[in-house]
Design a protein around this ligand. Structure first.
Ligand SMILES: NC(=O)c1ccc[n+]([C@@H]2O[C@H](COP(=O)([O-])OP(=O)(O)OC[C@H]3O[C@@H](n4cnc5c(N)ncnc54)[C@H](O)[C@@H]3O)[C@@H](O)[C@H]2O)c1
Length: 359
């Protein structure tokens, strides 16, 4: 999982595959190949560098990756190494899951968001007809190697985006058991996250928090790999978050600014924490703590009045919904006590949006 020398770890995995049957697909800006004594060994491995972005999380990019696999004669026993942020690992995972009915891939996440969330759990996909991850598969990587050294080149706003997903994990995770394996000193992941110094953005104190988030996600996914029930707790903040993110993709052409996934999740968490307070009697404390953090680091969400109807429509269309035209959310009764399948009325959704946009 956490590895200091990613080249050595990958070399060990590479030995399990036939020579000529290992390729790398990487984000052109992720810092690969990272500096190490073993860097030169990777020069001979065919690699495809991609310019990725949420807008390029498309079928065209998937086709480009499939073409690269065919060009290098990959068989069904090949290995693809996906190195990059969540867009790159989702796209490459999808291409690997469908090429010749599925080949192996390894994820090497290089953004914080990909380390704590996108690179584990086996969900792959791309955006289609304006719907985020509208087409996708479940296809778990054979391994995920997390090398926090990649974070040294990650821009601050991307760092904050990843931290948004960590905050979600903190809110749905309970008190820590007293085991030798626990990576944190604090009693709860949420408290540990609130104590992390986001101004300094240091990798070392972040590493135990990354480990705790990955373990929390893996424990949930192991019990419900296909998202039939329990796994939906990971969607806390995402019903509102995805709708806000999709609206920003629509506005991207005019404003040239798109909401980063983790920022959208933070705004979604505020709306869904608000609903947790009014519907499930959750204490106001986490909402107040997150609101303070949001105002200090993430800024206020932007929304035009004309967006309201579209936001509600997007939430009604969300693929997490069990029934058409309803809004379905995961909420929390308290930190560490998530409740799935909460049906939200349009009035309640509007009230939560009123709260969010009034901040
Ligand atoms: N599969 C899942 O379970 C899952 C879970 C959460 C999110 N996601 C997906 O993940 C995506 C978001 O991931 P993301 O935030 O990593 O976005 P991203 O992949 O677009 O990466 C963010 C930016 O950081 C750059 N970057 C990546 N690593 C870098 C590094 N080490 N140094 C410098 N720059 C670097 C990228 O080039 C990009 O510009 C979304 O599409 C979302 O749907 C998937």
């Amino acid at each position: 999982m956490i590895c200091k020398d990613v080249h050595s770890a990958l070399s060990a995995i590479r030995e399990r595959y036939e020579s000529g049957q290992v390729v790398v697909v990487h984000d052109a800006h992720c810092g690969w190949p990272i500096e190490s004594a073993h860097k030169s060994e990777w020069a001979e491995v065919p690699s495809l560098a991609l310019e990725v972005s949420e807008a390029a999380k498309s079928l065209e990019t998937v086709q480009h990756i499939w073409d690269f696999f065919f060009e290098h004669g990959l068989t069904r026993r090949a290995l693809v190494i996906a190195i990059g942020g969540g867009v790159l690992t989702d796209l490459t995972g999808f291409a690997a899951s469908t090429y010749k009915r599925g080949i192996d891939y390894v994820n090497v996440p290089t953004s914080l968001l990909a380390m704590v969330d996108a690179s584990s759990g086996g969900k792959t996909g791309f955006n289609y007809h304006g719907l985020k991850n509208g087409i996708g598969t479940f296809h778990a990587p054979v391994e995920t190697l997390i090398c926090p050294d990649f974070l040294r080149t990650l821009p601050a706003k991307e760092w904050l985006s990843g931290f948004g997903e960590m905050l979600k994990t903190g809110l749905i995770s309970g008190k820590r058991q007293k085991t030798a394996a626990k990576p944190l000193k604090e009693e709860s992941l949420w408290n540990a996250l609130l104590q992390y110094d986001l101004d300094a953005m240091e990798t070392e104190p972040l590493t135990p928090l990354i480990i705790a988030c990955v373990r929390a996600k893996e424990a949930i996914v192991a019990q419900d790999p296909q998202e039939e029930g329990l796994r939906k707790v990971l969607n806390f903040g995402h019903t509102f978050g995805h709708a806000l993110e999709e609206i920003s993709i629509v506005h991207r052409q005019s404003s040239n600014r798109q909401l980063l996934h983790g920022y959208a999740v933070v705004y979604g968490l505020i709306a869904e924490l608000y609903l947790s307070v009014i519907k499930l009697g959750c204490s106001k404390e986490p909402l107040q703590q997150l609101t303070q953090l949001m105002l200090h680091y993430y800024g206020k969400p932007e929304c035009k009045c004309s967006d309201r109807e579209r936001l509600i429509a997007l939430m009604q269309q969300d693929k997490k919904n069990e029934r058409a035209a309803t809004i379905n959310c995961t909420l929390i009764q308290a930190i560490g006590s998530p409740v799935i399948n909460q049906v939200i009325t349009v009035e309640e959704a509007n009230e939560a949006l009123d709260y969010l946009f009034s901040l």
